[in-house]
Design a protein around this ligand. Structure first.
Ligand code: T1G
Length: 703
């Protein structure tokens, strides 16, 4: 294996290259290599300046996250940063790709920072439940001012090179150079102009101005806390930057290190690091060992409604040509209109340009009212009404129209893909691609692998997910696949809690307190109560008589034509089209009436018990899904919940949460609730086995 850090000299400039694919993470060998290279540069009398850069696709993208949780290994990154900062010769960091976390902190220890235009710089430690631990919260504000530093540390966003130059983080940005050329160019300038060794720690001009407005800077705390929704690292990051304004440099570094090490031990950080690696692990499925993704150059989307237009946009935004097929011209015009309206919205929000919108509408998007126009599509995604007969008819027609090898996908959210595949002569080419609304925004894509789906087609689904920036999660065929099946269980718990005495508004409040953006009833009002109502009616005949029915109060609300936000009233009232509902006494009266009819004596529920029941039901159903092979690993279920159902990321997902709570504790809760309702709360067999054998969900992830 080549050395992770190479040293050479080009004329009178030392060049230090970090080569630790794939992202030049600061592993122990890289840290040591950097110190060794610095020693060579300092001992080399012919070297008048030093350039440090990354090989491959990016500058250093951070500390090696895989080292976290293991005993620290010398040298510490902070030692490496200080060694470069104290070097007597000018050191220039030449950035490209994404200079992130410890990578940017290393660059801040260099005396100058230059970048190519496409480079980005960021401090994403906050997304791992951490803060920068090697001077990022101390050196950044000295260079950029506190406000820009607070933004970087608390949001973790990647700052484009030109913006980073404007804030003072970078000293020069080069449009046409390679990273090496950029570094050598600036080093030449530094030598010829005898530029000083300028340490970030000595830059004081912005510090005084910031000290004068520290009270104003503190005011950002409330907004950061609101956005954090229970995550602590953004607030700790704010405190660390503010401490820089009030402490001597060395003391501020020590303060940052203490805060960092506390966070590193926190459950939130362990959960967020789990989420980080799970997001990358979830795309590694057995079918990829043999399956080869098919080329997707043209996609057909059948249906231009909310889902069809959203799916079309997800593909168009990734630069993939789409032919939208609708039943008639009016529907097609409406579908195209939805696409254009969303693109216009993107322009208003500064996320899209007029030029790109025109390119999409003129060059990539086309419409038709004839399925035959999909004859040359490489992939067809059906997104029509959730009716099995309608879907079967479409797939039977596609079977005759589409070219051999075309992938035929349904966006159904619960119907049986095997049944759909069976009407075609090519079941191996049929798959479920379950998008989540809005499909151009939501990252989750459930890739539903039917019995006969070929590995190539599954691999094509995962390649499409990556190409469109989505998180593809493998699911087997069952009612609701992974996400909606679990959703059904915790919605039912919410209903039972209300029948037994809790108010829907209190259930929602407890769930929001847990870290969700909204509770189950506000969410149902937003989606439309009529959807759940139709599902309950669809399942009425097949419902097991042992199953408690606890949705009467919602059915009564629906019978009044109150379907939620879209009708101005549901579980909440939405005066004047407000998006945030207010409690409705009439709903509480309906609930009381149902309780009396059912002879239920209402009792109080603490937020703690609401969450205990809510999570126990979610975890229990998830274990069954795992045991049935519908989901591959516990981390797959975590990713479904994190990417598609707003489970708070700093809790890692329901399976990580269960591991941290203790599977024995979860089992004890289920057994306690089982006394009142054996059918609903019976613990999953696999959960019992895991507790008996002392295993965790994490152990299954590794397996
Ligand atoms: N450490 C270890 N492995 C990493 C890694 C890291 N920092 N970053 C990426 N990988 C692995 C990743 O798991 C995957 O592995 C492969 O690299 C490609 O990643 C002291 C303490 C850089 C924007 O948080 O944001 O510095 O699956 O698929 O889409 O203050 O990776 O192939 O086996 O994501 O091109 C701060 C995290 C760390 C950056 C590239 N840095 N990484 O995205 O590739 S904490 C970060 C990313 C820190 C200091 C603190 C992205 C990327 P595998 P990928 P990508």
């Amino acid at each position: 294996m080549s050395m992770p850090v190479a040293y050479e000299r080009q004329d009178d400039i030392a060049v230090v290259t970090v080569n630790n694919p794939p992202v030049n993470a600061l592993s122990q060998t890289v840290r040591q290599g950097l110190l060794d290279a610095l020693a060579l540069a300092m001992a080399d009398d012919k070297a008048k300046a030093v350039v440090v850069l990354g090989a491959g696709r990016t500058f250093i993208a951070g500390a090696d996250i895989r080292e976290f949780g293991k005993p620290p290994m010398a040298p510490r990154l902070s030692e490496v940063v200080s060694a470069y900062e104290d070097a007597p010769k000018p050191v220039i960091a030449a950035l490209h790709g994404t200079a992130l976390g410890g990578g940017l902190e290393f660059a801040l220890g260099c005396h100058y920072r230059v970048a190519v235009t496409s480079a980005k710089a960021g401090l994403p430690e906050v997304h791992l439940g951490l803060i920068p631990g090697a001077g990022g919260t101390v050196r950044t504000p000295l260079l950029t001012g506190a406000a820009a530093a607070i933004d970087m540390v608390t949001t973790g966003r990647q700052v484009p090179a030109h913006e980073a130059q404007q804030t003072g983080l970078l000293d020069a940005v080069y449009d046409t150079y390679t990273p090496l050329e950029a570094g050598l160019q600036f080093a030449r300038k530094a030598i010829d102009e005898n530029m000083p060794v300028r340490r970030a720690r000595d830059v004081q001009d912005k510090l005084e101005a910031d000290r004068a407005k520290i009270a104003e800077l503190r005011e950002s705390r409330a907004a950061i806390e609101k956005t954090a929704r229970g995550q602590t690292s953004p607030l700790v990051g704010l405190d660390a930057v503010l401490a820089t304004l009030e402490m001597p440099f060395e003391e501020a570094l020590k303060n940052e290190r203490t805060l960092f090490e506390d966070l590193l031990k926190s459950d939130q950080s362990k959960a967020l690091i789990h989420a980080f690696f799970s997001e990358r692990q979830v795309g590694k499925v057995p079918e990829l060992e043999t399956g080869k993704p098919r080329d997707i150059a043209k996609i057909g989307v059948i249906g231009g409604g909310t889902m069809g237009s959203g799916i079309s946009l997800a593909m168009l935004n990734a630069g993939i040509p789409v032919t939208m097929v609708e039943r008639d011209d009016d529907a097609l015009t409406a579908g195209r209109g939805r696409v254009e309206e969303t693109l216009q919205g993107g322009i208003k929000r500064g996320k899209m340009t007029e030029e790109k919108m025109q390119h999409i509408l003129s060059d990539l998007f086309s419409g038709s009212t004839d399925l035959a126009d999909l004859a040359d599509a490489d992939l067809v995604i059906e997104a029509v009404f959730e009716d099995m007969d309608v879907k079967k008819d479409i797939f039977a027609r596609l079977d005759k129209i589409c070219k051999p090898g075309a992938v035929l996908a349904s966006n159904t959210s619960y119907l049986d893909i095997n049944e759909i595949a069976a009407v075609t002569s090519r079941p191996e080419d049929v798959i479920g691609l379950h998008f989540f609304s809005p499909a151009n925004i939501m990252r989750l894509l459930e890739i539903v692998v039917a019995d006969k789906t070929s590995p190539d087609v599954t691999a094509t689904g995962f390649a499409l997910a990556k190409r469109t920036g989505k998180i593809g999660v493998r699911a087997g065929v069952c009612d609701g696949f992974v996400g909606n099946r679990i959703l059904g269980r915790y919605l039912k718990v919410a209903q039972m809690l209300v029948e037994d005495g809790a108010s829907p508004y209190d259930v929602d409040a407890a769930v929001v307190e847990f870290g969700y953006p909204m509770g189950p009833f506000a969410m149902s009002d937003m989606a439309g109560l009529d959807i759940g109502w139709a599902t309950r009616k669809r399942k009425a005949t097949s419902r097991d008589p042992r199953e408690r029915y606890s949705a009467d109060f919602i059915d009564r609300v629906c019978e009044l034509g109150r379907f939620g936000q879209k009708t101005g009233r549901g579980i909440y009232i939405y005066p004047d089209g407000a998006r945030r509902g207010t409690p409705d006494d009439e709903v509480l009266a309906i609930i009381d009436k149902v309780r009396k009819e059912k002879g239920i004596t209402a009792r109080g529920f603490s937020h703690e018990e609401i969450i205990e029941r809510y999570l126990a039901a979610m975890i229990n159903e998830a274990v069954k899904i795992l045991d049935e092979g519908i989901a591959l690993r516990p981390l797959d279920i975590d990713m479904v919940q994190l990417a598609g159902y707003a489970f708070p990321r700093w809790r890692g997902g329901p399976m990580k949460y269960a591991d941290m709570t203790g599977l024995d504790t979860v089992l004890a809760s289920l057994k306690k609730f089982q006394e009142d309702d054996d059918y609903f709360w019976k613990p999953a067999e696999l959960l019992v086995k895991l507790v008996e054998t002392g295993q965790s969900f994490d152990s299954l992830n590794k397996g």
